[in-house]
Design a protein around this ligand. Structure first.
Ligand code: 5GP
Length: 192
């Protein structure tokens, strides 16, 4: 998506060879018009998949996921990051290790909002090692729902997330694919 790539080039900052900061339009300040475009783009791409729910991981996935859900006309569900196992039968939980923080959390979803009839689209801000998306997939499977696809704003293609998810048979659709990060360079894989 050209608009997102241009924004990344203008405002993104590689803090090292692994991590890109996009605090001015995704992770801290959020640009509503860009999120609206992103939501409509994802909705257009996944429109024939009979999506019934959009699922995201708090907190940076919420803005694009909400716009996608709005464009598709379906609810959005936020998977929460709890510090440790909550003893509550109404919840599904699974451990995920955070790429940026190196810590673990219990990804948590209520049993009330997804069931075996749902076709779920997962939306997240970044794809690195695929841990967050794989955790989301586990929770959706606990509910016996179907994962209809995975939409990512910024994929770091030099890390193994996409391959891991594709090997499990999932479609990964990323709006910007980064081939490499350097001190003053951000290189994209050209759009197909
Ligand atoms: P994964 O689970 O795929 O290893 O990492 C994805 C999660 O880690 C995303 O939800 C995102 O919050 C965070 N993340 C991974 N890489 C980056 C990055 O380069 N920049 C930022 N801002 N977040 C990242």
């Amino acid at each position: 998506m050209k608009l997102l790539e241009e924004k990344i080039l203008a405002e993104g900052r590689a803090i090292n060879e692994d991590i890109l900061k996009v605090d001015s339009f995704v992770n801290h300040q959020v640009e509503p018009l860009l999120m609206k475009e992103i939501g409509e783009h994802f909705a257009g791409h996944f429109k024939d998949r009979h999506i019934t729910k959009v699922v995201t991981i708090e907190s940076s996935g919420i803005a694009p996921a909400l716009m996608t859900a709005l464009a598709l006309g379906v609810p959005m569900i936020i998977l929460k990051k709890e510090p440790s196992k909550v003893l509550n039968d109404d919840l599904y939980q699974t451990v995920v290790t955070s790429f940026t923080k190196g810590t673990s959390y219990e990804l948590t979803m209520s049993r009330n909002f997804i069931n075996e009839n749902d076709h779920v689209l997962i939306i997240d801000d970044f794809l690195a090692n695929g841990e967050a998306a794989t955790g989301a997939i586990r929770l959706i499977r606990f509910a016996h729902a179907t994962v209809a696809g995975i939409g990512i704003l910024i994929e770091k293609s030099f890390q193994p997330g996409r391959q891991k998810l594709e090997e499990q048979g999932f479609e990964v659709y990323s709006l910007a694919r980064i081939a490499g990060l350097g001190k003053d360079t951000i290189e994209f894989i050209p759009e197909e």
